[in-house]
Design a protein around this ligand. Structure first.
Ligand code: TPP
Ligand code: MG
Length: 191
């Protein structure tokens, strides 16, 4: 499965949600599908998109929060899974696109290329719902089900190590940061 196809399949489920992504390829792919003020692309801070998503989910319990993570990023912050499991916000959906590669910096193989099982680590960390979805159709169903429910879910999706030709996004980090903050403040006023 190409991650671009996977994202296209789930974009209708994402467009009205709070979404936090890692940097690089997946950020550019989501941005290209259509930016929303409730999307934040966490540049530089590799591994911390799920930590940021946890904080947002805990502070806005009436809204669903979706994190788009990567294998290399999650491997850099495996402790996030036990922290997510400890606080287990039912409004948080954590999607890990596992391309077995640090694709965005040139494509070096990660530990998932040599057998590390992120879904297994998520289960052992205590994440209450862990799914594996390797086709756009299965991913869409897993995402729809998770967003319809109230259970913290991690979905691990194996994807090909293929990214967009360009990672250019016509949105500087600072602009995204202020826009996202204002969008969250507006949502909080509705709560
Ligand atoms: C702490 C830290 N180390 C390294 C980097 C450089 N870096 C940026 S993206 C990236 C790879 C991310 O890999 P993954 O999460 O698997 O996403 P993919 O690029 O495969 O979509 C790396 C190593 C960084 N930004 N921060
Ligand atoms: Mg990767």
């Amino acid at each position: 499965m190409l991650r671009a196809d996977a994202l296209q399949a789930i974009y209708p489920e994402l467009e009205d949600r709070i979404v936090v992504t890692i940097m690089g390829a997946v950020a550019a792919e989501l941005y290209t599908l259509g930016h929303r003020p409730t999307f934040f692309y966490l540049e530089h801070a590799m591994g911390l998109a799920s930590s940021m998503g946890l904080g947002v989910a805990l502070s806005l319990p009436q809204h669903k929060v979706v994190v788009l993570d990567g294998d290399g990023s999650l491997l850099m912050n495996l402790g996030t899974l036990s922290t997510l499991a400890r606080y287990r916000p039912g409004n948080l959906l954590h999607i890990v696109f596992d391309n077995e590669s640090l694709l965005s910096v040139g494509g070096f193989p990660t530990a998932t290329a040599t057998g590390t099982d992120l879904a297994g680590i998520a289960r052992a960390s205590g994440i209450p719902q862990v799914e594996e979805a390797d086709t756009p159709k299965r991913l869409k169903k897993a995402v729809t089900d998770a967003l319809a429910g109230e259970t913290l879910t991690t979905i691990v999706s194996k994807v090909e190590a293929v990214g967009p030709k360009s990672f250019h996004m016509d949105l500087p980090l600072l602009e995204n940061r202020f826009q996202f903050k204002r969008a969250l403040e507006a949502l909080r006023r509705q709560e």
